[in-house]
Design a protein around this ligand. Structure first.
Ligand SMILES: [Zn+2]
Length: 296
């Protein structure tokens, strides 16, 4: 199972408009606070999600802040709360944990907590970016325990977005293609990736991105696995793309460098054993795509 998946919460969509249930649930809830999109964590060396109680929420004084019912872990309700408006939230909550950026923390976070915090971050981030109705421009309001936003002017309902992106390991026989995006650090090599465009299948998007960015033609595209990637709200769809030619034609506006690597070289990249080059972090699907291919 990939990191960021395996969320243990039962989302209970049927309860999102049940006001008495939600009131009772919140009274005994574990509330996961997010401050400027950073998550509250505690523990060492393995990090766990830190939660606060409804009483602590009162002390923060963030009236009207987005509050999202995430679901139930057995009988325990979990909520996410955006505490960004409280300038001193890190100090007020210091006894519970510290706020950390989720991507960096993911390497040492307990797996099930990573999945829950991923859900929490994606939801709070979505609320933060969807304050206005895309249909009429009016201010939207949070509804149904944070599971949607509604427009009071035109009555449109808006639901959390997940943006599908393809991430491909191109292979040509016994070599695979690893590339460095122009926006990445000078030593970082990974799989090529890009967002799906409207009217496109996963296979078509994978082939298009490979051709646009590296000039390689995919003869076949095979699905590997998918991974929620809450930065801010993507779903990474991992694929293998088999190519019959290693000839490259890089798009210099996107790709700074690309190299075909043998299984041994790709293994060494993942293991941090190539001087001056490093591969994707172990919590990213790119790492697992490469690892899967190296293992055959
Ligand atoms: Zn509207």
């Amino acid at each position: 199972m990939l990191p960021f998946t395996g969320n243990p919460l039962d989302r209970r969509a049927d309860k999102r408009a049940d006001i008495p249930f939600l009131a009772e649930a919140f009274a005994k809830a574990r509330v996961l606070p997010l401050w400027r999109l950073n998550v509250l964590v505690t523990g060492a060396p393995v990090l766990k999600a830190a939660y606060i109680t409804p009483e602590t929420v009162q002390a923060l004084s963030v009236p009207g802040a987005p509050l999202v019912f995430l679901g139930l872990d057995e009988e325990t309700p979990y909520f996410a709360l955006d505490v960004s408006k409280s300038d001193d939230a890190p100090e007020v909550l210091a006894q519970y944990g510290e706020f950390r950026e989720l991507r960096a923390a993911s390497l040492v976070l307990r797996r099930r907590d990573l999945a829950v915090l991923s859900q929490a971050k994606a939801m709070i981030d979505w609320h933060a970016r969807h304050g206005f109705c895309p249909r009429c421009g009016a201010k939207t309001e949070i509804a149904d325990a944070g599971s949607k936003r509604v427009c009071p002017l035109c009555a449109a309902e808006h639901f959390p977005r997940t943006d599908p992106a393809v991430i491909m390991l191109a292979t040509c026989g016994e070599r695979c293609l690893l590339a460095r995006n122009v926006n990445w650090t000078a030593d970082f090599y990974s799989c090529l990736a890009g967002f799906l465009e409207p009217g496109e299948s996963i296979e078509e998007a994978a082939a298009r991105e490979l051709y646009e960015e590296a000039g390689v033609v995919a003869d076949s595209v095979r699905y590997f696995a998918s991974q929620p990637w809450p930065f801010p709200g993507a779903l990474m769809i991992g694929c293998y793309a088999e190519c019959s030619s290693e000839v490259l034609k890089l798009d210099p506006s996107e790709i700074a460098d690309a190299v075909w690597m043998t299984r041994e070289e790709a293994r060494a990249l993942l293991d941090g054993k190539i001087e001056g080059r490093r591969g994707p972090m172990k919590t990213a699907i790119a790492w697992h795509l490469i690892d899967g291919w190296v293992r055959g």
